[in-house]
Design a protein around this ligand. Structure first.
Ligand code: ASP
Length: 587
């Protein structure tokens, strides 16, 4: 008969000796030493050793023989101090001598063991997620996720934020991905879209006077998946009225501070702020990893007179030359490694990588050939920041390609050479993003989204094709350990400006009304200046837990091919169901 448990499996200590307890849980381990059986009982809170020996009734000694791993049992017994405590176990000072043992539920043969190290394929783990989630590593992740979200809720509540839900069945929101669509049965031929983010609703909540909003919001984006992406994911979504970007960033630091403090006890400290331009200049990328140095130097002007073809060609085509220096790596970096790094940057479109090894004030290797005639090697080395024993890595070509390639290489080299300190978190803000960029078809698109406010001083450039690329926006991203964990902006709160931005993006009046008429109406009815941001919760938790994959911090994730292996979704539906929806299956 099910009894109320007196304790969880993780909480008994020596001071509980002599107590009669009722415990329930899963059989984690089972050992029978001829007459004495030990079982380790596990629940979410920990593990405890149960002993069945001559002190236990005959019925219990028989019952224990029928157990197997992962059976669910109820044990009643006395807490006894152990002769030899197990230091490696929180409850290791005691054991429970069973006086009653009841099997509550059995199991079919298990596809893998419930330990941190499993050799099962991820596909199998996802199919049996109910077992996978029993593994201590995943339990820790899910518990930490809860802690982090609880910390955020309580922090934002103290800051007078309101948690408000926004619709899931809605209309397309332009975050730049493809929408998931849901057919309407009541309105055949018409479709809802699942939200890519609550962006427009949260802005409307500001117009509605809610002043400070947040939501732990599910977002849906039908994108080609990468390892760290999920078709549905969770954001901590925030919006505030009457704020500057500075005020939003300060608030956001409080949110992240609470999350990091409450879940891993880490104090995030001061968060440096750098502009997008500076990030690209110093790190090549807009999500710089600040845990290590190796910043890039721009040698375009230093080497302007170089006749070495890769350099001269790049400069002749208005390209750039960038380098970074790996301290002390001249002696121990093999050709094989250098070749692999060259291949690495080629993946980012770079033509190649020039390297130079510095010794005795001289350089050897292809990068040495970049030295312009008449220039002293010492000046070249000083500009690059290289000294004896250092390895210099140099790239030349089109600015975007070289920055990305060298920036990614910087992180790759740091990882390969173990230059990244463990267990620390380095944050930075990246601000002042370009508002617009050209897509592959040469059309202007928003770098963030079309509701982001251009900087006041650049407003007049809207629609001027020559100047569009120079317009900066009031947008900001928060980066942690080289990953973007959040981003947002000050929004446009005037209807005329919003119309102008949409027009500059090639969205005519009719299309603007059709797509965002409700927003334009709202902006025309007393909209306060407002701004906000959203954190990618899954990514924050992966960084906090050090999880190998984002799927390890989501209870029920999808595979990289967007399938739920446990429930088997997506799946075919009966034709009759499609008929009701007036949708034709053409596959
Ligand atoms: N809605 C934006 C996003 O999902 C975040 C924001 O601007 O607040 O990236």
């Amino acid at each position: 008969m099910l009894q109320e448990r007196t304790h969880t499996c993780g909480e008994l200590r020596a001071t509980d000796a002599g107590e009669q307890v009722v415990l329930q849980g899963w059989v984690q381990a089972l050992r029978d030493r001829g007459g004495v059986a030990f079982l380790v009982l596990r629940d979410r809170y920990g593990t405890v050793q149960i002993t069945v020996d001559e002190r236990s009734p005959e019925a219990v000694r028989e019952a224990v023989k029928k157990l197997a791993l992962e059976y669910v049992v109820q044990v009643k017994g006395e807490v006894v101090e152990r002769y030899r405590p197990n230091e490696g176990m929180a409850t290791g000072a005691i054991e429970v001598v069973a006086s009653e043992l009841e099997l509550l539920s059995g199991t079919r043969p298990l596809p893998f063991t419930m330990s941190d190290e499993v050799d099962a394929l991820e596909d199998t783990r996802l199919r049996y997620r109910f077992l996978d989630l029993r593994r201590p590593a995943l339990q820790r992740n899910i518990i930490l996720r809860h802690r982090a979200v609880a910390a955020v809720r309580s922090f934002l509540d103290e800051q007078r934020f309101l948690e408000i839900e926004t619709p899931i069945l809605t209309k397309a929101t332009p975050e730049g991905a493809r929408d998931y669509l849901v057919p309407s049965r009541v309105h055949p031929g018409q479709w809802y879209a699942l939200p890519q983010s609550p962006q427009l609703f949260k802005q409307i909540l500001m117009v509605a006077g809610m002043d400070r909003y947040f939501q732990v919001a599910r977002c849906f984006r039908d994108e080609d998946l990468r390892a760290d992406r999920q078709p549905e994911f969770t954001q901590i979504d925030i919006e505030m009225s009457f704020v500057t970007s500075d005020m939003v960033m300060t608030l956001a630091e409080g949110v992240v501070g609470a999350m990091w403090k409450e879940s891993v006890g880490f104090d995030i400290g001061e968060v440096p702020r750098i502009t997008f331009a500076e990030a690209i200049h110093r790190f090549g990328v807009d999500n710089p990893d600040m845990r290590f140095e190796m910043e890039l130097s721009d040698l375009t002007s230093t080497l302007a007179a170089s006749t070495f073809p890769p350099i001269a060609n790049a400069i002749a085509h208005k390209g750039i030359v960038k380098t970074f220096v790996v301290k002390g790596a001249a002696g121990n970096t093999s050709r094989k490694v250098l070749d692999a790094w060259t291949k690495f940057v080629r993946n980012y479109g770079m033509g190649g990588l020039m390297w130079g090894k510095v010794s005795g004030g001289e350089m050897s290797g292809p990068a040495a050939k970049a030295l312009p005639e008449g220039m002293a090697m010492a000046d070249y080395l000083a500009a690059a920041g290289a000294a004896d024993g250092d390895l210099l890595l140099l790239g030349a070509g089109e600015a975007g390609v070289v920055n990305t390639g060298m920036g990614r290489l910087r992180s790759h080299v740091a990882k390969e050479l173990d230059l990244i300190p463990e267990g620390i978190f380095k944050f930075c803000w990246v601000t002042d993003f370009p508002a617009f960029e050209k897509d592959d078809d040469g059309r202007w698109t928003s770098m963030h989204h079309p509701f982001t406010s251009p900087k006041a001083e650049h407003m007049d450039w809207l629609g001027d094709d020559e100047k569009m690329g120079d317009i900066l926006s009031d947008a900001y991203d928060l980066v942690c350990n080289g990953s973007e964990i959040g981003g947002g902006s000050i929004r446009i709160h005037r209807e005329d400006v919003q119309q102008k931005v949409l027009a500059a993006l090639g969205i005519g009046e009719a299309e603007a009304r059709e797509k965002f008429g409700f927003l334009l109406d709202a902006l025309a009815h007393g909209a306060p200046p407002h701004g906000g941001l959203a954190f990618g919760l899954d990514r924050c938790i992966s960084i906090l837990t050090g999880a190998d994959s984002i799927r390890d911090v989501i209870a029920f994730p999808k595979t990289t091919s967007a399938q739920d292996r446990m429930v088997d979704a997506p799946n075919a539906v009966p034709l009759a169901d499609l008929d009701v929806l007036k949708v034709k299956n053409t596959v």
